[in-house]
Design a protein around this ligand. Structure first.
Ligand SMILES: Nc1ncnc2c1ncn2[C@@H]1O[C@H](COP(=O)(O)OP(=O)(O)OP(=O)(O)O)[C@@H](O)[C@H]1O
Ligand SMILES: [Mg+2]
Length: 387
């Protein structure tokens, strides 16, 4: 078994897709941190969803069939931009300093629209250690309704890869979901935040205290009136987050998450997730509800978290402020460019219009976002004016 620090440094290095949603064919290199930039509906969320899909496949709780059906079936996943009825193919290269893994999954559907594995391959240090369909699959077609990745009995030779894929987490905090904790039934592993308070509550008391105190310190910058942050259960046993606000009375007033602002809740969810250990972290538009002055510091917070945990972060964003951080490299920005044959993805470093200006001293955020602006955006006000 590799040490946990070796595993936490493992990351996605390359992604190749064929016929996944609005991508007909892409091949991208991924750094420890990647910012996905593109117009609305260019496919940022669809790209992040590939990593969630692999996590779902690798999870023994549902596996391949569940991962496909929970997305509406093969016909919903397969690109509409492809001309015939081709297969969907996902290829990833994953690695740390010692290990290099490659995983390929190609799938389609049978006559009854059930998802079918057409090819599954695993390579370790370049050596093929799984190649399906194999003799057993040819004897029993039923076997191709499952991947070996999801089966503990079959993935022994690449368990580290399966565990790495299962460790992916997705964060798209919706403040109202957090507020509804205790009102609506809990949904396990809910990425919209309804499990946030439960996650905080189930953390060991000492760790929780230390993390909440760090978060309060960080939050003080964004929400200066917040003087305290604690977790406590109500008389019904439901945990709540309590914040002490100093602006109302001299001794302060305690309010719980029901009264926290949207930005406070989103920042709280982001900071808590950054402090949690785990695998790659997928962040959807972390800038939502935050003041530009705060957004500018999000990349620094991510960088500090990465220094400690080595967690890879893949972030979708529309924010120039987020990309204004000087530490962001041209190889960390992936630009999604919708076209007639599906969306293309290029590294900002490979786009001369961007790299020349950035090397000339213009902040990345001020160059990249205008580059992804829809061609007819200036006509939007006319639609608002007409009846
Ligand atoms: N199977 C498919 N084939 C082709 N296109 C698809 C398929 N499934 C979804 N799409 C398209 O993908 C687009 C949505 O992409 P996505 O949600 O990833 O965009 P986004 O870049 O995250 O946008 P936003 O910035 O608004 O969040 C929609 O236009 C949808 O029609
Ligand atoms: Mg999106």
């Amino acid at each position: 078994m590799p040490s946990s620090s070796a595993r936490s440094a493992m990351r996605f290095r390359r992604l190749r897709l064929q016929n996944w949603r609005n991508f007909v064919e892409i091949d991208v290199e991924l750094q420890g941190r990647a910012f996905l930039v593109g117009a609305n509906a260019s496919g940022k969320s669809n790209l992040l969803d590939v990593f969630r899909f692999l996590r779902d496949v690798a999870s023994s709780r549902g596996g391949f069939e569940h991962a496909v059906w929970s997305r509406g079936g093969v016909s919903r996943i397969r690109s509409l931009a492809a001309s015939r009825k081709p297969s969907v193919e996902i290829f990833i290269a994953v690695g740390d300093d010692e290990n290099e893994w490659e995983y390929l999954l190609r799938f389609g559907q049978d006559g009854k629209e059930n998802p079918v594995v057409e090819a599954e391959q695993v390579r370790r240090q370049g050596k093929l250690i799984l190649n399906r369909p194999n003799a057993a699959d040819k004897g029993d077609g039923e076997l191709l309704t499952q991947t070996h990745l999801e089966q503990i009995a079959a993935n022994g030779k690449f368990r580290d890869l399966a565990e790495f894929l299962s460790s992916v987490s997705y964060l798209h905090v919706v403040p109202q979901s957090i507020r509804e904790t205790g009102i609506l039934p809990m949904r396990a592993n809910d990425h919209y935040g309804s499990d946030l308070i439960e996650r905080i509550a189930s953390t060991h008391a000492q760790t929780r205290k230390a993390r909440l105190s760090r978060i309060r310190e960080a939050l003080k910058v964004a929400v200066p009136q917040l003087a305290g942050l604690e977790l406590d259960t109500d008389t019904g046993g439901v945990p709540h987050l309590w914040g002490k606000y100093e602006n109302w009375r001299a001794r302060g007033v305690w309010q719980n998450e029901q009264d926290f602002s949207d930005g406070t809740l989103r920042l709280l969810g982001l900071l808590w997730s950054l402090l949690e250990p785990g695998g790659p972290l997928l962040l959807e538009e972390p800038e939502i509800s935050l003041h530009p002055g705060i957004i500018e510091h999000v990349p620094q917070m991510l960088a500090q978290m990465q220094l400690r945990s080595g967690r890879q972060t893949l972030i979708s964003t529309h924010s120039p402020e987020l990309l204004r951080d000087e530490g962001i490299g041209l190889d960390e920005v992936l630009v999604l460019e919708p076209g007639e044959k599906g969306t293309g993805v290029r590294m900002a470093a490979d786009i001369p219009e961007i790299s020349v200006l950035v090397e000339g001293g213009i902040p990345l955020g001020d160059v990249v976002l205008p580059e992804t602006r829809p061609a007819n955006a200036s006509q939007l006000p006319f639609y608002a004016r007409s009846r």
